[in-house]
Design a binder for this molecule. Structure first.
Ligand SMILES: *[C@@H]1O[C@H](CO)[C@@H](O)[C@H](O)[C@H]1NC(C)=O
Ligand SMILES: *[C@@H]1O[C@H](CO)[C@@H](O)[C@H](O)[C@H]1NC(C)=O
Length: 477
């Protein structure tokens, strides 16, 4: 076994890492996890979540109303309003804005983009029944194994920690979804369909998104190029959905006892050859990768960067682990209750850098809240970032400080400060159903890395300062 139990290994973050994180990523997979939409303010260099919070502060109103692309957009900038609308009145705020182009490329059934309805309920139920915390004895061993592989990879090539993170999250996600590792051809497909989704949702790019009747426009006619593009995208998406699904299905028919636990294995047995339910299993499985990978990788990458720039926090967390867990085994989920500082660090990570900045919904009927009108079919954006920057809940909000979640700690106004995961995983009926796994995966990676590695920034030649942290401006960064 590897000697990381007793040794502490130093990871030096290359400057490249900072450049990488600073680069604005075109591929707003974001779309999938949280919002798909107006996230970049092209003419304005500042991210929209900051701009909206500023407008909201300036007009002294937590809800603001804008017109974007002929659509009403209502932006919620505080927790109480978000809770009232998305949780209390969740029935009316559980749909997504509709993009005809998403249908044309075959994505209408993606768990993340589809309308709230019976089909989505079934899909979410399947995810909850397979991956809920009550079922952790089935999925946890997989995450644990893959997290040990992650440490070995990190040890072999510390400079490439970002890729190790991606590999970690991608591997446990595909093992849990299909019971196996997927080949590089498939991973290329993943990138392509992710790119198609973000293209389909680019505001103003497609006439058909503004004039839905154009979906019947013939592909051979002048200007029908969008139909040919959509057909190509739809074909790749079909392959993406069916290839790994069919392989598990065939294996189940051939020799059911040899098929390892996975989302597809378990639910295929459950639905007993009902073809319409099988379609839901296949479609839901295909949604899991895109919903899980960029989001979870983003949290872990942020963790590495923040540890490099906050050595005293890293040391404090590592010391807690040394004291509680000792040095001859790796931390486990069972240690969670005994590691309050690490727990606070994880909460603070979610607060300081929420992965999804906007939750995007559409109002199923017109509504009113605190004197504000929400027109029917308006887009309702919840500015998660603004909630994390509420000074009355989180004092000095731009400071990264886990102590704010510790009794008697600093930077805190209310000792019962809300766990940011109450809103960073979404709110109401569309809340992330894979939360238990995401939390376990993040917890295992963070505690195990803290127990075995020391993360340091590269010093610039000459000057002694660490490169600054910058995050991208896409919705997931
Ligand atoms: C800040 O949080 C408090 C407590 O949840 C809430 O009452 C207040 O409306 C919030 N203010 C803003 C501007 O978000
Ligand atoms: C998952 O199922 C459990 C138990 O049936 C329930 O308490 C929980 O609210 C469900 N979660 C979701 C996201 O549906």
């Amino acid at each position: 076994m590897i000697s990381y139990y007793l040794t502490v290994i130093t990871i030096v973050l290359g400057v490249g890492a900072y450049l990488w994180i600073a680069r604005t990523r075109r591929r707003a997979q974001a779309g999938l996890a949280g919002s798909a939409f107006p996230v970049s303010s092209a003419r304005n260099d500042r991210p929209l979540w900051e701009v909206y919070k500023e407008w909201s502060d300036a007009c002294g109103s937590t809800m603001i109303h804008l017109m974007l692309q002929r659509s009403d957009v209502v932006v919620i900038n505080d927790y109480p309003t978000a809770h009232e609308l998305l949780v209390v009145r969740s029935l009316d705020y559980s749909s997504r804005p509709h993009f005809p182009m998403m249908d044309l490329i075959g994505r209408q059934d993606n768990v993340v983009v589809q309308k709230y309805g019976q089909r989505l309920k079934i899909a979410r139920q399947m995810i909850n029944d397979t991956f809920g915390s009550r079922k952790s004895e089935e999925w946890l061993p997989v995450v644990q194994t893959v997290s040990s592989e992650f440490l070995s990879r990190l040890l072999a090539d510390p400079a490439d920690f970002r890729r190790s993170i991606q590999r970690y999250v991608g591997t446990f996600t595909t093992r849990l979804t299909y019971g196996k590792d997927l080949d590089t051809d498939y991973l290329r497909l993943v990138d392509q369909v992710g790119e198609h989704v973000s293209q389909a949702a680019v505001p103003g790019r497609w006439w058909v998104n503004s004039y839905p009747f154009l979906r019947y426009y013939p592909s051979w006619a002048p200007g029908g190029g969008f139909q040919r593009w959509a057909r190509h995208a739809r074909g790749l998406f079909r392959e993406f959905t069916l290839r790994p699904f069919n392989s598990v299905k065939e294996q189940l028919q051939r020799s059911p006892d040899t098929v390892p636990f996975s989302f597809v294995q378990k639910n295929l047995i459950q639905v007993k050859n009902d073809p319409s339910m099988e379609t839901i299993v296949a479609g839901t499985a295909a949604s899991l990768y895109s919903a899980a990978v960029d989001t979870t990788s983003s949290i872990l990458t942020t963790f590495f960067l923040l540890m490099a720039t906050h050595p005293h926090i890293q040391e404090k967390a590592a010391a807690e682990i040394r004291e509680v867990v000792g040095q001859d085994r790796l931390p486990n989920l069972g240690d969670a209750g005994d590691l309050p500082y690490v727990e606070a660090l994880i909460k603070e990570l979610h607060r300081y850098h929420p992965v999804v900045r906007f939750l995007t919904r559409s109002a199923s009927k017109s509504d009113e809240h605190g004197g504000h009108l929400v027109p029917q079919n308006a887009w309702v954006l919840t500015n998660i970032w603004a909630i994390t920057r509420n000074k009355s809940e989180f004092e000095d909000p731009d400071q990264f400080d886990p102590d704010r979640f510790i009794q008697g700690g600093t930077h805190i106004n209310d000792i019962r400060a809300r766990d940011p995961r109450d809103f960073t995983f979404g709110m109401g009926r569309r809340r992330c159903p894979g939360m238990a796994i995401a939390n376990a995966a993040v917890y295992l990676a963070i505690t195990r890395v803290l127990a075995t590695f020391l993360i340091k920034p590269v010093k610039d030649e000459g000057s002694n300062s660490a490169p600054q942290i910058e995050f991208t401006k896409s919705t997931i960064s």
